[in-house]
Design a protein around this ligand. Structure first.
Ligand code: S3P
Length: 179
């Protein structure tokens, strides 16, 4: 079953869990091209994520995200690192589709760590609320079952550097694709 999956590594997980950094490390080590869904959406829209949310709203952003995911899946390109936006698992159709892309890795961090990592950042519209800590808690509670359902591997990033996380993923991916 797994032998038929394209040899991509797909990173999912909440905002501030280190997907982009770990994705860059994996891409460097493997010499695989990196696809970052947020960056692609920004390039296509010629707007930043906050500008896009302000202009068209979250649902239209999700439409673009889902369309991009379908496009990536239809291209059947192996040997890429694919880093996704934290909310990509919210649309039900995206979850099985992500699993067809390759080895799906869920990067996890605690609410406290997520809060610390995101609190001074203005680039995440969903956390620009009067109580970002409560927003994190609410969204994380909603999304945790979706991440769980989508992931082949879960990595707790607590206390690990991005290099250590990437090394763990590589080791595990080797077994996954060999089985
Ligand atoms: C979002 C996460 C963001 C970005 C957008 C929405 C989310 O990506 O896609 O702000 O709903 O969790 P990161 O997880 O890369 O911050």
């Amino acid at each position: 079953m797994t032998a038929r999956l394209p040899k991509n590594i797909v990173l999912i997980g909440f905002m501030g869990c280190g997907k982009s950094t770990v994705a860059r490390r994996l891409a460097e080590v493997l010499h695989y091209p990196l696809i970052d869904t947020d960056q692609r959406i920004e390039q296509d829209a010629r707007m930043s994520i906050p500008e896009l949310f302000a202009a068209v709203g979250e649902e239209a952003f999700r439409d673009r995200e889902a369309a991009l995911l379908r496009e990536i899946a239809a291209s059947h390109t192996p040997r890429h690192i694919i880093s996704t936006g934290g909310g990509i698992v919210v649309r039900p159709d995206n979850r099985p589709l992500l699993r067809t892309l390759g080895y799906v890795v869920w990067l996890r961090a605690t609410e406290e760590v997520i809060f610390e990592r995101t609190r001074h950042n203005r680039d995440r519209p969903l956390l620009q609320t009067t109580d970002p800590r409560a927003s994190i808690h609410h969204l994380l509670t909603l999304r945790t079952p979706f991440y769980q359902e989508t992931a082949h591997l879960t990595v707790d990033t607590e206390g690990l550097s991005s290099i250590e996380v990437a090394a763990g993923i590589l080791e595990s991916a080797r077994y996954f694709f060999a089985s």
